[in-house]
Ligand binder design. Structure first.
Ligand SMILES: *[C@@H]1O[C@H](CO)[C@@H](O)[C@H](O)[C@H]1NC(C)=O
Ligand SMILES: *[C@@H]1O[C@H](CO)[C@@H](O)[C@H](O)[C@H]1NC(C)=O
Length: 138
C-alpha cells in the first residue's frame, strides 16, 4: 500500500507534467497567429523646434496615432508594450554641427513587444516612411 506522501508526490508530478505540456502547446499555438497590426501616424503640429544650449536640436511634435493592434492579442497574451520612435540617419563620421535635424527625412516606427503568458517574448515593428522636419527653427 502506498503512503500518503508517495501518492501526493505522484499527483504533483502528474500535475506539473500536464502543466508543462499545456504551456508548450499554448506557446506553440502562438506560432500560428501571425499578427498584422496596422498603424497610421500623422504629425499634427511641430510645437517647437530649437537648438539647445549644448548644440543639439530639440523638437516637440503632436502626433495623431491611429492603430489597430487587436491582432496582437491572443489568449496567450499577457501584455503588450507599444511605442513610437522617430528614426533618422546621420551621416557617419560627420562633424556634429548641432543642426542635425534641420530639413531631415525621418521614419516613424511603431514598435511592439508582446509578453506572453507562457513562451518567449516577441517583438516586431512597422516602419512608416516619408516624414520630414523643416529647414528652419521656429
Ligand atoms: C486623428 O486621426 C483620426 C483617423 O485618421 C481622425 O478620425 C481624427 O479626427 C484625427 N484627430 C485629430 C485631432 O486630428
Ligand atoms: C526609412 O525606411 C526605409 C524603409 O525601411 C529606409 O529605406 C530608409 O532609409 C529609412 N529612412 C530613414 C531616414 O531612416
Amino acid at each position: 500500500m502506498h503512503s500518503f506522501g508517495y501518492r501526493a508526490n505522484a499527483v504533483v508530478t502528474f500535475a506539473v507534467t500536464i502543466l508543462a505540456v499545456t504551456c508548450a502547446m499554448v506557446s506553440l499555438s502562438d506560432n500560428f497567429n501571425s499578427p498584422s497590426p496596422t498603424a497610421d501616424v500623422k504629425v499634427l503640429n511641430i510645437n517647437w523646434f530649437q537648438k539647445q544650449p549644448n548644440g543639439n536640436d530639440e523638437v516637440s511634435l503632436t502626433l495623431n496615432i491611429s492603430a489597430d493592434l487587436s491582432s496582437l492579442f491572443t489568449w496567450n497574451t499577457k501584455q503588450v508594450f507599444v511605442f513610437v520612435a522617430a528614426e533618422y540617419e546621420t551621416p557617419q563620421n560627420a562633424l556634429n554641427q548641432g543642426n542635425n535635424l534641420r530639413g531631415k527625412d525621418y521614419n516613424m516606427t511603431l514598435h511592439w513587444h508582446i509578453m506572453p503568458k507562457t513562451g518567449k517574448m516577441f517583438a516586431d515593428k512597422i516602419v512608416m516612411t516619408g516624414y520630414y522636419l523643416p529647414q528652419d527653427y521656429k
